[in-house]
Design a protein around this ligand. Structure first.
Ligand SMILES: Nc1ncnc2c1ncn2[C@@H]1O[C@H](COP(=O)(O)OP(=O)(O)OP(=O)(O)O)[C@@H](O)[C@H]1O
Ligand SMILES: [Mg+2]
Length: 279
């Protein structure tokens, strides 16, 4: 549904030189799939998401959705960031319905849609409350309901649960899993949390250190609803850790000159289809 082909993007540094944030990235996001991006800090995950959202322009390469070039932001690609960014002066339901109001949808219809989306995150009881009256996790659920209210073709989530404590995170995982099953929404999800990526995704792309490229692809061959203690998920976790570990070795060497080796071949190679540039 979304296709990236040979996409590169650099940023200008203070000294006027340009450095590559991502380089020659090629992959597709299939309709209805939950795809996660994992990779070391600064490898260009958010840059990739922003390019797909249309918030940034690529230096080279093509990004298209359903065959049409992406030129800018659009409501069919909704973004959920780590910070919920709700309007503090609006009630929960008005926050969720905000985009619908912008679209000119009549009040009754937008209230119905907003309540339906709040139902998906189990927050209808809090519709008349204000954001400051909710916990951080609940606010993030409102942000998800707001994103869903636009009926996007794809939901783009950039570390949406990074600020949450572990228990709240588990609740949000279950809710997002449920939403995925009910709506069949296509999802691009960025996280640093390997377990989170494995629990939620159909497919995971692991990126290399800057300039970011797609290093490996893993599929998660486990049906939903999933169980955290599923041994298949644990095996995959070890395999992904090994792949990411190679990148962390590079970061440590580059940043602090520290030679660090993780144990190799501790797990079978579970990567499928080498995408992009193998390093
Ligand atoms: N608007 C910008 N101007 C200049 N440099 C930028 C800009 N956006 C990102 N960068 C740089 O590009 C590189 C990739 O950044 P990006 O935010 O995409 O990484 P990331 O993988 O999302 O990192 P993190 O995991 O820490 O969120 C970083 O070195 C970052 O400093
Ligand atoms: Mg980021």
């Amino acid at each position: 549904m979304i296709d990236l082909s040979g996409v590169s993007k650099g940023f200008m540094q203070k000294d006027g030189r340009k450095f590559g944030a991502i380089e020659n990235v090629t992959f597709s996001i299939r309709k209805g799939e939950f795809l996660s991006l994992l990779g070391p800090s600064g490898c260009g995950k958010s840059t990739l998401l922003n390019l797909i959202a249309g918030l940034e322009q690529a230096d080279s390469g093509e990004i298209s959705m359903q065959g049409k070039k992406i030129n800018g932001p659009a409501p069919d690609r909704t973004v959920v960031f780590q910070e919920h960014a709700l309007f503090p002066w609006m009630t929960v339901i008005d926050n969720v319905a905000f985009g619908l109001k912008q679209k000119g949808i009549p009040k009754k219809t937008r209230s119905e849609i907003a309540m339906e989306k709040l139902q998906m995150v189990h927050l209808t009881r809090f519709a008349a409350r204000y954001p400051h009256e909710l916990s951080v996790g609940m606010r993030q659920r409102v942000a998800i309901a707001r994103a869903l209210s636009m009926d996007p073709e794809i939901l783009l989530m950039d570390e949406p649960f990074a600020a949450l404590d572990e228990q709240t995170r588990l609740i949000l995982h279950k809710q997002l899993e449920e939403i995925t099953v009910i709506t069949g929404t296509t999802l691009l999800f960025i996280t640093h949390n390997i377990r989170e990526a494995i629990f939620l995704s159909d497919r995971i792309l692991v990126m290399s250190t800057r300039p970011g490229r797609i290093k490996r692809e893993f599929t998660v061959p486990v049906a939903r609803p999933r169980d955290y203690v599923d041994p298949h998920l644990h095996q995959l976790e070890a395999a992904i850790m090994e792949t990411l570990g190679e990148e962390l070795e590079k970061v440590l060497k580059e940043e602090i000159g520290y030679e660090f080796r993780i144990k190799k071949n501790a797990v079978p190679d579970l990567a499928v289809n080498h995408l992009g540039n193998e390093l």
